[in-house]
Design a protein around this ligand. Sequence first.
Ligand code: A3P
Length: 286
Amino acid sequence: MSSEAYIQYRGILLPLLAHSRESLEYAEKFSVEDSDVFAVTYPKSGTIWMQEILPLVLNGGDPTPVQTIPNWDRVPWLEEKRLALVVDKMESPRGLVTHFPYYLMPPSFHTSKAKVIYVMRNPKDIVVSSYYFHKMAEFLDKPGTFDEFMEKFLEGKVLFGKWTDHVKSWRSTDLGDRIMYITYEEMVQDLPAALRRISDFLGRNLSEEAIQKIAEHCSFATMKRNSMSNFSLVPKVYMNSDTSPFLRKGIVGDWKNHFSPEQLARFSSVIRKELEGENFSLPWSL
Ligand code: A3P
């Protein structure tokens, strides 16, 4: 892995294009407000989907933010450089995203009442999505073959470390009713139902009409057309959508088109072993 493209931060690997020592220090000192809402994801689990959903739910379905502000400024990443540039313009309640494992959350988060929506996705689909992302993201090292990339993923030599560590950290918090768990699969299967859960969790009493309107605005097809969400504003030297679009397939189970029987056996046994003894179960079979 070429060291120029990455920064090592407390045991995890981050891309330098979006992160710096200063942005990480800023995140450590960030002042979390009680009304803040964090969508937390391991990369490729539905982060930009939540950057669409949160403003819509928090604003009663008003599409103005998702149609006028790029996703990275509308619901910024806690750990990225953009946060310091936009934070003063953000109105409460603020929506934020982070890929941080639980132990990297800033002290002010722990003393606040900020809420968390933790989005989980089947790791088999994550590794496929991430493989294509590494092909198109010119600021990252090329992924090599799918087999090589899967090994890196299982060893945690990828952005934000091991998937299992991330999930374990967020499944064993002491956040009580400040945290809600949802899966990417649930959102694909019945988006209005997922939006109702999110809206209830955030104390928004949205009408059925508003829920249906939000579901339309954050559907895969609408987001793919939305230049504020599909990364088409990013120059192709950084993200080359001709190689693979960021909003690629948006489906459940694409791993079946990529895993050989041997890869499936290896992947499942490594993940199962690492989750042995944990007191939560996964909503998918591995
Ligand atoms: P695929 O590569 O499998 O298509 P993240 O934002 O965490 O990087 O995750 C990106 C993944 O979420 C991509 O998966 C992308 O297509 C998918 N995604 C984003 N918005 C979506 C939507 N509205 N519906 C379904 N999938 C969506």
